[in-house]
Design a protein around this ligand. Structure first.
Ligand code: NAD
Length: 487
């Protein structure tokens, strides 16, 4: 704990607290600023502000909310450059990625939901046995949005934009590691003219998150983070009968089919398997290689790792920056030790780069001959560490991909798109890429099994913040003719 006060945002105003946690620059280990660790009273006030703002916000027209969301988009866009630089300094994300993920994507998402909410009707009429039923979509209420540190602006936008569009009010809790950039959302809300209480921004660690999740004034929890924490959140929400969306960890497979163009595959794996220094939930971190081309693939993936530009995250040519914290680096180095002591073969990296003693760097690392039962293949490492394992048939590749506690993402690489798509259909996962992996803001994103429940993005991401009400009415049959069973 340091003594300079830190800011948080409740009921349209910035407040300060002396309870802080230092935010540290990932590339140097030097202090960057102070993040607020809010108190239970602060959260009570944030939830109360969101509750009292709810009736007017919920009752406002979609067009009114869309106008304010568009103003939010403009305010975020005008801050895109400093925002992306700040996040890179906080969590080590290469600036070339941060400009898109933290600079362009959030405003684009606000614009997308601003448009969508004016196009998706809140009410529809269906014919019924007594006349007709109004099927109504209503804002679910006050949302507790909890995010991790790895893509802080993008993940905040994936919750805040659809929630506000739907008519919900929000208490956003950021991670201590990225408490500073979250305040940019608050600044944008002020500039956009969001009514006080519609968006509140707080920060703090597990105790703050746990208090918010269980708060009696919260109607829905939207959580992104580790599977371990997600289980705790899900248990609390289960007990409270509180709707919850969980976007959790992953351990996805990159299935390289035997007809794959290896050069094109490696160009794609640069991002699909190493993006954000390996600190990405949808990473294709388990490479499955056909035995007929196994040595070729192992050599190529090792060369890819060895050739990646490791360096200052603010340098546009950097491909691999530092990890977020010394704790995260210790965790990743621990997994590398586990790999070295297993039957696996280290073929690239495996240590802290010698020319990067400062900051939390780990060299891109590849282990070959990894059994799918090894911890290296089963657990989410969340660093630049890949495994390569052989398979004999497409069916075996699918079975290996599916033999996982997770199911968030994955990729299939082949020169035959239809063949690869059929393999993709057979993988039990929430999302999967064919010859690339790119999130699509118009399509649902989320996981199965230990990777979570519910979806973000697309129209489904808006419906996650609306609840259904059926109003049965006696009167003329409106809408389509009654269904056969009623006649
Ligand atoms: P984490 O679970 O430790 O923390 C996530 C957030 O939850 C933080 O804000 C933290 O303060 C808060 N928190 C911690 N304990 C809590 C509790 N008991 N109750 C309520 N909130 C609590 O995760 P992390 O280490 O910050 O983030 C990395 C994880 O996030 C990885 O597992 C990654 O795969 C996952 N992730 C998933 C997605 C996705 O969309 N599926 C996206 C990004 C990251």
């Amino acid at each position: 704990m340091t003594s300079s006060p830190a800011r948080f945002f409740v009921d349209g105003r910035f407040h300060t607290t002396d309870s802080v946690e230092p935010v540290v620059e990932a590339a140097t280990g030097e202090p960057l600023g102070a993040g607020a660790v809010v108190s239970e009273t602060d959260i009570d006030q944030a939830v109360a502000a969101a509750r009292s703002a709810l009736p007017d916000w919920q009752a406002s027209s979609p067009e009114h909310r869309a106008g304010l969301l568009t103003a939010m988009a403009d305010a975020l866009k005008s801050r895109a450059r400093p925002t992306s630089e700040l996040v890179s300094r906080e969590n080590g994300m290469p600036i070339s990625l941060s400009r898109g993920a933290n600079g362009s994507f959030p405003p684009a998402l606000f614009r997308y939901y601003a448009q969508l909410v004016t196009e998706l009707p809140a009410e529809e009429i269906r014919p019924s046995i007594t006349g007709h039923t109004i099927v109504r979509r209503e804002a679910i209420g006050v949302v507790a949005a909890i995010i991790p540190w790895n893509y802080p602006q993008a993940l905040a936008a994936m919750k805040v934009a659809p929630a506000l569009a739907a008519g919900c009010t929000v208490v956003l809790k950021s991670s201590p590691e990225t408490a500073l950039d979250a305040l940019i959302f608050a600044e944008a809300a002020v500039e956009a003219g969001l009514p006080p209480g519609v968006l509140n921004v707080v920060s703090g660690g597990p105790a703050v998150g746990a208090y918010l999740v269980a708060h009696p004034g919260v109607d829905k929890v939207a959580f992104t983070g580790s599977t371990a924490t997600g289980r705790i959140v899900a248990e609390i929400c289960g007990r409270l009968m509180r709707p919850v969306t969980l976007e959790l960890g992953g351990k996805s497979a990159a299935i390289i089919l035997d007809d794959a163009d290896l050069d094109a595959t490696l160009r794609g794996l640069r991002a699909a398997s190493f993006v954000n220094n390996g600190q990405t939930c949808h990473l294709s971190s388990r490479v499955l290689a056909p035995r007929s081309r196994y040595d070729e693939v192992v050599d190529a993936v090792a060369a890819l790792a060895d050739g990646m530009a490791v360096g200052d995250p603010l340098d546009p040519s950097t491909e691999i920056g530092p990890l977020v914290s010394s704790r995260q680096r210790e965790r990743v180095l621990g997994y590398i030790d586990i790999g070295k002591n297993s039957g696996a073969r280290l073929v690239a990296g495996g240590s802290v780069p010698k020319d990067r003693p400062r900051g939390w760097f780990v060299a891109p690392t590849v282990f070959a001959d990894v059994a799918n039962s090894d911890r290296l293949a089963r657990e989410e490492i969340f660093g630049p560490v890949l495994t390569v394992s052989p398979y004999d048939t497409d069916d075996e590749a699918v079975a290996l991909a599916n033999d996982s506690d997770f199911g968030l993402a994955g990729t299939v690489w082949s020169s035959d798109t239809e063949r690869a798509t059929n393999v993709a259909r057979a993988v039990r996962t929430g999302t999967i890429g064919v010859n690339d992996y790119q999130l699509d803001m118009r399509a649902p994103f989320g996981g199965v099994k230990g990777s979570g429940m519910g979806r973000e993005l697309g129209p489904e991401g808006l419906e996650a913040y609306r609840t259904l009400k059926s109003i049965y009415r006696v009167g003329p049959a409106l809408g389509d003719p009654p269904a056969q069973q009623y006649s």
